[in-house]
Design a protein around this ligand. Structure first.
Ligand code: MTE
Ligand code: MO
Length: 327
C-alpha cells in the first residue's frame, strides 16, 4: 500500500457532540459519539490492503495485515473517549465526550512479539492522514505516548461498539489509549515506532502541550478529573421544596475520590454517591437535591485520589453548570 490515500472528506471534520443531558446511556451509541478529524476522513481502502508497520527501536521489525492482527488474542475494553478540545483553544471546555466499547489487540502483546530495545522510551503512532490544519502543512498525523503506558490496556482497535470501525473513526485500525485524551488515539493507524525521544511534528510539539506554572509544558495525555450532570437538563423547571435526583457521569485518568454537587454556585458542596463501573468507563454519580427557592443552577465537581479538583474556569475540565428555574 502506498503512502497516497483517498479521502471521503478533505480538511477538518468534526461532529457536533451530544449535549450532556443526551448522554443517558453508559455506552454511547456510535451515532451519538464524537468525531474529530484534523486533516480529513481517509476512505476508499479495504481492510485487506491495509498494513501496519512496527519498527524503530525493536529487535524484529514487522509488517502485519489486519487479518493477522485479528488472529491475535482479542481484548475488549470500555473507556471514556474525550476530545481535549481544539488545539487552537486548548483551555476551552468543550465536553466532547462519550463512553465506548472497543475491541482489538493489546499493544503490549505486539511489543513482546517484536522485542523492544532497552533504549526505547516512547511509542509513536502514525496515522495515514496528512494535510493542512490551522494554516500549517502538518505532514502525517503523529502522536506519542510513554512506553511505560503501553501495558495500561492500550489497544490497536478494529471494532467500536461491537461493529467494525467506520471510516471517520479510523477504519480499519486505530489506537485507543484509555485514560488519555482522544487526540492520542490515532486513527487510520499505519505505523508504530519505538523511540528514545518524543515524536516531532506539530501535533506533539506545537499543539497539545499545556503550560505549567513553572514555565515548562506538559503533554496533553492524561484526562483531568471531570464530571457532567445528565439530569436534570438545562432550563428544567423544578418545584420548590421538592426532591430531585441529580445524576451524571464523572471520569479522569486517575481514580476518582469523590464527586460533589453544589446548588448555590459553589458556596457549599454535598457528597454524591458513586456507582463505580469496572475499568476505564465513566462512573455514575447520584445525589438527592431538595429544591431550594433561590437556586438558579446546579454544579458538579470531581476530585481525583491525588486531590486534583475541577477548576471553576480557565481549563478544559472546568466545572459544568446546569441552569434551572425554581417554581
Ligand atoms: N489519524 C488521526 N487520528 C486522530 C485524529 C486525527 O485528526 N487524525 N484526531 C484525534 C482527536 S483530536 C480525537 S478527539 C480523536 C477522535 O476520535 P473519533 O473521531 O473516533 O471520535 O481522534 C484522534 N485521532
Ligand atoms: Mo480531539
Amino acid at each position: 500500500m502506498s503512502d497516497e490515500f483517498s479521502y471521503k472528506i478533505r480538511g477538518f471534520f468534526g461532529r457536533i457532540p451530544s449535549e450532556p443531558h443526551d448522554l443517558t446511556d453508559r455506552i454511547t451509541r456510535t451515532e451519538a459519539c464524537i468525531v474529530l478529524c484534523h486533516l480529513g476522513v481517509v476512505d476508499g481502502h479495504t481492510a485487506d490492503d491495509w498494513r501496519l508497520e512496527i519498527g524503530g527501536l525493536v529487535e524484529r521489525p514487522k509488517v502485519l495485515t489486519v487479518r493477522e492482527l485479528k488472529s491475535f488474542p482479542r481484548h475488549e475494553i470500555a473507556s471514556v473517549h474525550q476530545c481535549a478540545g481544539s488545539p487552537l483553544a486548548p483551555d476551552k471546555p468543550t465536553r466532547r465526550v462519550c463512553n465506548v466499547s472497543w475491541a482489538g489487540v493489546r499493544l503490549d502483546y505486539l511489543l513482546k512479539m517484536v522485542g523492544v530495545e532497552r533504549t526505547a522510551r516512547f511509542v509513536w503512532s502514525n496515522g495515514a492522514d496528512s494535510g493542512e490544519f490551522g494554516g500549517i502543512e502538518c505532514g502525517h498525523y503523529v502522536k506519542d505516548l510513554p512506553l511505560s503506558r503501553a501495558a495500561n490496556d492500550v489497544l490497536l482497535a478494529y471494532e467500536m461498539n461491537g461493529s467494525g470501525l467506520l471510516p471517520e473513526h479510523g477504519f480499519p485500525l486505530r489506537l485507543v489509549v484509555p485514560g488519555y485524551y482522544g487526540t492520542n488515539s490515532v486513527k487510520w493507524l499505519r505505523k508504530i515506532e519505538l523511540r528514545a525521544e518524543r515524536a516531532p511534528g506539530v501535533f506533539t510539539t506545537r499543539w497539545y502541550n499545556d503550560p505549567e506554572p513553572d514555565g515548562s509544558t506538559r503533554p496533553v495525555w492524561e484526562i483531568a478529573p471531570q464530571s457532567i450532570i445528565v439530569s436534570p437538563k438545562p432550563d428544567s423547571r423544578l418545584n420548590s421544596g421538592g426532591l430531585v435526583q441529580v445524576w451524571g457521569w464523572a471520569w479522569g485518568d486517575s481514580n476518582l475520590a469523590a464527586v460533589e454537587l453544589s446548588s448555590d454556585d459553589g458556596a457549599t458542596w454535598q457528597q454524591c454517591r458513586l456507582e463505580h463501573a469496572p475499568g476505564w468507563s465513566w462512573t455514575k454519580f447520584v445525589c438527592d437535591f431538595f429544591v431550594t427557592e433561590r437556586c438558579t443552577g446546579l454544579l458538579s465537581r470531581a476530585r481525583s485520589r491525588s486531590g486534583e479538583l475541577q477548576p471553576v474556569t480557565g481549563r478544559r475540565n472546568a466545572i459544568y453548570r446546569v441552569p434551572i428555574s425554581v417554581l
